[in-house]
Design a protein around this ligand. Structure first.
Ligand code: UD1
Length: 429
């Protein structure tokens, strides 16, 4: 059991390098299932969800070789479909990509129901609707999803009733090797959709329109191996920007695609954070004096739901009332109770958080209830008076590559420790 201990009050200075995007790396790694060849994937973040994904793949017969901390070679030539480990699959949300990838390669899939952060009900009906359109018969029961398209896996026109990142990628995975043409209408447009399409096209797929709401996939007979580098993580970048906004100081967030950051940059500027854009970096300056605002989370290019809890902390520090409306998930407010332990005054009314700003945050013992909730607690702790101890940090490490080490480099007083409390057992980063 480990915890993160932070003493607030230090301004941040220096440069922080952003890692590859978790939500792009995971589907790209699962997409390797479609390739009977070696794929070298670079700029892979060193996070727990990636480790679980690689373990799932290797237990299914893939040859997985770590080239270095952020590069991996995956060879799925001899992978066996339908053999994923139920317990590992339950650990991560992204394991739903096994459905699309197994269906694409073997024309059938047998996968445990996925896990992931608890934001209320997270149905997969749109994934299923897409698989059925491609010729799959879907059966859910006993904790598993089975899809059978052994008679015919064929292209189809699919219209999604809701914009879904997971369903859009899953249908791309199942359609690249299907016979004929598939069109996805009302597709998600997130940068990671484009990244997965670019990876598959580098392997010989024919996917057009990724990044718009209409994607066209012309099926091809096979894919070949390639080398591919994952795009930078816009949510990790946004999280460091939020850290500097509340702690004060000046940081350079290096290795970003500024275009992906537009909604976050615009909202922080509205809050009095100074942001300078370069080709592949952002310089963020703040004196900690923030102005209130309101935001609604939406699918890309709208404001990302994965930055919602972090922005709420900025709003706690802004003098006046701010509002956050969650427009993607049913319930993403579990962080509110933990922030309240640190003095935050947030009321939740349906899908809206009403945030009374200008409060004095104080260090406390808090729990990371999900990945981005944990990030929000770290941000709050940087601005708080006194010591904050965050437990359940495995949830933070699911998606942040060395966040403790990176913040320490920027001047934060932050440590990872074993529980129970014992300073002699400090962990290196
Ligand atoms: C992915 C990300 C998550 C991010 C989210 C939105 C991964 C592993 N997770 O989650 O970090 O917060 O995108 O950017 O990449 N929905 C349905 N039916 C479906 C699918 C989705 O009703 O079949 C609903 C969901 O309940 C939610 C909305 O659509 O309200 C968006 O979900 P979706 O984009 O699919 O999110 P995930 O893929 O689960």
């Amino acid at each position: 059991m480990e915890k993160i201990v932070i003493k607030g009050g230090n301004a941040l200075h220096g440069t922080v390098g952003v890692s590859g995007m978790k939500n792009a790396a995971l589907p790209v790694l699962f997409a390797c299932i479609l390739v009977k060849d070696k794929c070298v994937i670079e700029n892979v973040p060193d996070v727990r969800d990636v480790a679980v994904t690689l373990e799932i793949l290797s237990k299914m017969g893939a040859v997985v070789r770590r080239i270095n901390k952020n590069s991996v070679c995956v060879d799925c030539t001899h992978l066996k479909g339908g053999t994923s480990d139920y317990e590992l699959v339950r650990k991560i949300r992204a394991s739903y990509y096994l459905l699309g990838a197994e269906l694409g390669r073997f024309h059938r899939a047998h996968v445990g129901m996925p896990g992931g952060c608890n934001f209320g009900v997270r149905p997969i009906d749109q994934h299923i609707k897409g698989f059925e359109a491609l010729g799959g018969r879907v059966d859910c029961g006993s904790g598993y999803v089975d899809v059978d398209a052994t008679e015919s896996l064929h292209g189809a026109g699919i219209y999604f009733d809701v914009v879904s990142v997971g369903a859009t990628i899953n249908i791309m995975l199942s359609a690249v090797l299907a016979e004929g043409t598939t069109t996805i209408d009302n597709a998600a447009k997130e940068p990671h959709i484009v990244d997965v399409a670019n990876f598959l096209n580098t392997c010989g797929a024919d996917i057009r329109g990724a990044g718009t709401d209409m994607i066209k996939i012309n099926g091809v007979s096979s894919l070949h191996g390639c080398s591919y580098a994952i795009i930078p993580d816009m949510i990790e970048a946004g999280t460091f920007m939020a850290c500097a906004a509340v702690a004060g100081g000046e940081i350079r967030v290096q290795n970003v695609i500024p275009k992906h950051m537009e909604s976050i940059t615009a909202k922080m500027r509205e809050m009095n954070v100074e942001i300078e854009e370069g080709d592949d970096y952002l310089i963020v300056r703040s004196d900690g004096n923030l102005t209130p605002t309101s935001l609604k989370t939406l699918p890309y290019p709208g404001f990302p739901t994965d930055m919602h809890p972090q922005m709420s902390v900025l709003m706690c520090r802004a003098t006046g009332i701010s509002y956050v409306r969650e427009g993607v998930f049913d319930n993403r407010f579990r962080y509110v109770e933990e922030l309240a332990r640190m003095g935050a005054r947030i009321k939740v009314d349906g899908k809206t958080a009403i945030i009374e700003g200008g409060v004095h945050l104080t260090g406390a013992k808090v729990t990371s209830v999900d990945l981005r909730a944990g990030a929000a607690l770290i941000i709050a702790a940087l601005a708080a008076t006194g010591k904050t101890e965050i437990t359940e940090i495995n949830r933070i490490e699911r998606g942040y590559d060395n966040i403790v080490g990176k913040l320490k480099e920027l001047g934060a007083d932050i440590r990872k420790m074993y529980q129970p409390d014992d300073a002699s057992m400090d962990i290196a980063n």
